[in-house]
Design a protein around this ligand. Structure first.
Ligand code: SF4
Length: 89
């Protein structure tokens, strides 16, 4: 498992960058969310909501193979507050 900096902890205690494995990130301007759940409707596991129905996270590393779904969720946001970043594709 890697941390937010893209560093993976190995058994010998060393950290190594695994950023090359991160193909894409999503950043969300959470404070601007209006809670219409369009992102969640596209991919509820990528775009979780809080108990009030607003987006619960400020972003995530897109798991390999889920890039298209993450993009669809971002495009579904009518507020345009979901941004695709670090896309190496
Ligand atoms: S689609 Fe946009 S405004 Fe709607 S819940 Fe998701 S992040 Fe919030």
């Amino acid at each position: 498992m890697s941390n937010k900096l893209g560093l993976k902890n190995f058994r010998d205690g060393r950290n190594r960058s695994v950023l090359k494995d991160v193909a894409m990130k999503i950043r969300i301007e959470k404070a601007q969310c209006t809670g219409n759940a369009r992102c969640h409707a596209v991919a509820e596991h990528l775009y979780p909501l809080d108990d009030a129905g607003y987006i619960a996270i400020e972003g995530f590393d897109v798991p390999p193979g889920e890039e298209a779904l993450a993009r669809r969720g971002a495009r579904a946001c009518p507020e345009r507050i979901i941004f695709v970043e670090d896309d190496k594709a």
